[in-house]
Design a protein around this ligand. Structure first.
Ligand code: PLP
Length: 433
């Protein structure tokens, strides 16, 4: 491939400092430093962080944006970051691959830091969370484990997002996996004991979200699920799409085997910048997947074709074909912001904002769930009219969303108290109609 990244661009042991201190100035880090070390207050956030989002705010100054759990707000720096990736293309053509590969390594390392993974090598870039799940499902074929034995037994909750849910059911329909679902109890909540019971004595893979996408439930005792799965001879794939960036995720401490997630929501990195995490114990060559391409080859730039194929070391053995490199630039600013702020502070601020909105809604006769440790970053109001309420709120320039009977509202760093009062009053009026 003419103009491909050259071999000298390939060292993958990345220094974290190099990945985090991007060369384009320190505006994000300087803005965060100006906040001081204490709790995040509305006044300080308005003074130092809101200016980092001026493009989005100026595009619709009157919009009250409470869909941060869906599409996160982009920083102004995202456009500059993307411009940097594109500028390298204009200026250097194929020579841009050195900078592009360095950005991909930085992307992997920043994600590793955000989720307390051992290193950037544990992070494999993907364009969707579903793609990460497929890579793991296709590891059962690649290792030959299916020969002379039953299909892999997979246990998942009924609360997995549509993407993972439909992939699992398509695999089950074609006989590639044996699939068991854990049902929620009354009120739509999952009980960790039910998940542990469903794992039983033999399991190959357990798929569970740390925070459930429609109810916002934070699954309790994920460590117990991991422990039981390992005792039953299986592995755990955790969906951290609704937890990473919203609450502290320590994937190493959880001892999960795999995780999938992406940048669309709390990481503020838009679509296409997703990932598969693999625990270091799966990076020693013992685990293989069919979801690979020539970037997974050892010495890929020698263009040799040994038979059987030979694979790169560690996480690089899970790379696919020529990667969509600009997604790594697109995700950079959001990752830098979260690393600089620290997720514990973001979580404390989110809980405070949620509690305020719960109280404002309660004063108007509306019961909302959220603001507690067993919950993710968005509030949920459960009502069969949720879809209609979302539309009525949108007519007042209040952006929320609904999943079935669940109306979801998510304040973020930029949400002001006035906006919460305005949204609660509007919903109170709409619900009374
Ligand atoms: C929990 C969860 N997982 C995954 C996704 C997205 O999956 P994919 O990247 O495969 O589209 C979402 C999107 O909303 C989600 O909420």
């Amino acid at each position: 491939m003419n103009g491909a990244p050259n071999a000298s661009a390939a060292p993958d042991g990345l220094s974290i400092e190099a990945a985090v201190a991007a060369p384009d100035g320190l505006s994000i880090e300087a803005a965060v430093a100006a906040l001081g070390n204490g709790p995040l207050t509305e006044a300080a956030l308005a003074a130092h962080i809101a200016p980092l989002f001026s493009r989005m705010r100026d595009a619709a100054p009157d919009r009250v944006y409470l869909a941060n759990h869906s599409l996160g707000r982009p920083l102004d720096a995202t456009e500059q970051d993307l411009g940097e990736g594109v500028a390298a293309w204009y200026a250097q053509m194929g020579g841009a691959w050195d900078a592009w590969m360095a950005e991909m390594r930085a992307y992997r390392t920043r994600l590793a830091r955000l989720m307390h993974a051992a290193s950037g090598d544990c992070i494999v870039p993907k364009t969707s969370a579903g793609q990460g799940l497929r890579a793991i499902l296709n590891s059962y074929d690649a290792s030959g484990e299916r020969v002379n034995r039953l299909s892999p037994r997979v246990v998942a909750t009924r609360g997995e997002f549509d993407s993972l849910d439909v992939i699992l059911r398509a695999y089950a329909q074609s006989g590639r996996i044996e699939l068991a679902f854990v049902e929620p109890r009354d009120g739509g909540r999952f009980d960790t004991g039910d998940i542990v019971d469903a794992i039983g004595e033999r399991v190959d893979l357990v798929v569970v979200s740390e925070v459930i996408f429609n109810t916002g439930q934070r699954i309790e005792r994920v460590d117990a699920i991991v422990e039981r799965t390992h005792r039953a001879g299986g592995r755990v794939l955790l969906d951290v799409y609704h937890s990473l960036g919203a609450l502290p995720v320590d994937i190493a401490a959880l001892d999960a085997d795999f995780a999938v997630g992406g940048s669309y929501k709390y990481l503020r990195g838009g679509p296409g910048a997703c990932f598969l995490y693999l625990h270091p114990r799966h990076l020693d060559g013992s685990l293989r997947t069919l979801d690979i391409g020539w970037f997974a080859k050892r010495d890929r730039f020698t263009y040799r074709r040994p038979d059987p194929p030979q694979w790169a070391e560690g996480g690089n053995a899970f790379l696919e074909s020529t990667p969509p490199i600009l997604a790594c630039y697109q995700a950079r600013a959001g990752q830098r912001l979260l690393l600089a702020l620290g997720i514990a502070r973001v979580r404390a601020h989110s809980l405070e904002r949620q509690q305020r909105l719960v109280a404002l809604l309660a004063a108007r006769g509306i019961v909302a769930r959220g603001g507690t440790d067993d919950h993710g970053a968005f509030l949920v109001v459960t009502d069969s009219r949720a879809g209609g309420w979302r539309e009525a709120l949108a007519q007042r320039a209040i952006v929320t969303d609904a999943r079935g009977e669940y109306l979801r509202l998510c304040p973020d760093l930029l949400t002001t108290d006035d906006e919460l009062v305005f949204a609660a009053s509007a919903l109170g009026e709409i619900a009374r109609r």
